[in-house]
Design a protein around this ligand. Structure first.
Ligand SMILES: *[C@@H]1O[C@H](CO)[C@@H](O)[C@H](O)[C@H]1NC(C)=O
Ligand SMILES: *[C@@H]1O[C@H](CO)[C@@H](O)[C@H](O)[C@H]1NC(C)=O
Length: 382
């Protein structure tokens, strides 16, 4: 019977959905985790490759040569790589290099566009340094790079999203699987996922669900209009602010608006009562445990609010701000609870544990250490 249970477990975790992730199947020690996933999230980088690499190194994402180490399964970067510094080309190329190396080792890099990436495709170049334009050669070649024909526009189109739903429990499938309130996944597991976006998913945002496919589709539709705008708008300044294209829809305007996911600061700036009173509504709808975002910096530390339901990871990493170097690390495990083994059904309970830490240059701070029994998720395997 025990053998059967291990086998059922093995079958579950070798489904194609989970197959993309590095995983450990342990048969001999009942107290050892049967599934391990390590995630690192990094906030706004603003044109500073050196500090970006320091952060990736101290959180174990890369080795001392700057290559993907394989110690971490998933890196999420929540946008604002561009502006305020000179390393635009180096940073976006580096992210693509890591993405390739990660994929070759069974890991993944999930990239999110921030409001500054969008400003640049719109033609709002207020935070572009003239020294940075020189790295592209000229204004014209920078504009070309930012179009659908250019390398930067192409990688944003292919490798970046507006928002990401990252499942923790392997039963929830690969990254960006939609949350469906009607699915048969047991309620103890259905929200075992993290949500990442640059600014914030406000309670009033009307294109929220199904999450994340709907907001990502609205973003793609707008991005397509911007990348293919011909001729490219002349950059502002010195030219007037070009704004969104004339054929942008109402939904697309809302997406790029002050309360849209790119610019919203409510989760960071609202009072404890406002924020903690509304966060569950959003988490319920999107099938996630936590909203993780950058955009609103606190220059001293990563901020966890409402028992970790909201985590803000922008600490002003770039030398343009001189804040602290930081990364968020999530260590997720599933461990069988052998005392719950049921001979009749050949199943047992698992203990899901999530340790969320803020990693700084000289210290690690555990923000949360949560354990939950996971029940019923083996249904359908008997
Ligand atoms: C997307 O990232 C991959 C690395 O995984 C890179 O090889 C590719 O060039 C990028 N796509 C585009 C269109 O730049
Ligand atoms: C394992 O299950 C037993 C029985 O339900 C429970 O009393 C115990 O607390 C569980 N162990 C852990 C570590 O959760």
């Amino acid at each position: 019977m025990l053998v059967f249970s291990c086998f059922a477990f093995y079958l579950l975790f070798r489904t194609p959905a989970a197959g993309a992730h590095r995983q450990q199947i342990v048969h001999h020690d009942p107290a050892a985790p049967s599934y391990v996933k390590k995630i690192v999230a990094v906030g706004d980088l603003h044109g500073d490759l050196r500090n970006a690499q320091k952060v990736l190194r101290m959180s174990g994402v890369i080795d001392s040569f700057g290559d993907w180490s394989g110690e971490v399964d998933t890196l999420v970067q929540t946008g604002d790589i561009i502006d305020r510094g000179d390393d635009t080309i180096l940073l976006f190329r580096y992210m693509d290099t890591l993405r390739g190396q990660a994929a070759a080792m069974g890991g993944e890099v999930l990239s999110i566009m921030g409001n500054h990436e969008w400003m640049n495709v719109i033609g709002d170049w207020r935070y572009v340094l003239s020294s940075e334009i020189k790295t592209f050669g000229s204004v014209q070649s920078r504009q070309r790079a930012l179009s659908s024909q250019g390398w930067l526009g192409s990688t944003w189109w292919s490798n970046y999203t507006l928002t990401t739903r990252l499942p923790l429990h392997p039963m929830l499938g690969p990254p960006n699987t939609d949350y469906s309130p009607l699915s048969s996944i047991p309620s103890s597991i259905s929200h075992s996922a993290l949500s990442f976006v640059h600014g914030g998913l406000s309670p009033s945002f009307s294109s929220l669900t199904p999450y994340p496919s709907r907001p990502n589709a609205v973003a793609r539709s707008l991005l397509h209009k911007l990348l293919t705008r011909h001729p490219s708008p002349l950059p502002h300044p010195p030219n007037p602010y070009p704004g969104l294209p004339p054929d942008a829809t109402e939904e697309e305007h809302e997406l790029y608006g002050g309360d849209g996911p790119l610019w919203y600061r409510g989760w960071a700036l609202g009072t404890e009562r406002e924020v903690c009173g509304h966060v569950d509504d959003v988490l319920d709808k999107i099938g996630a445990r936590r909203l993780i975002m950058g955009h609103t910096p606190t220059f001293t530390n990563i901020v966890s609010r409402c028992d970790g339901k909201i985590i803000i990871i922008d600490t002003g990493i770039s030398h343009a701000y001189g804040g602290v170097l930081s990364a968020l690390a999530i260590h997720y495990t599933l461990t069988p609870n052998s005392t719950t083994y049921d001979f009749e059904s050949g199943t047992q309970e698992y203990i899901e544990r999530e340790v969320v830490s803020a990693v700084y240059e000289w210290k690690n701070e555990v923000l949360l250490d949560e354990r939950r029994p996971v029940r019923g998720w083996w249904e359908g395997w008997d």
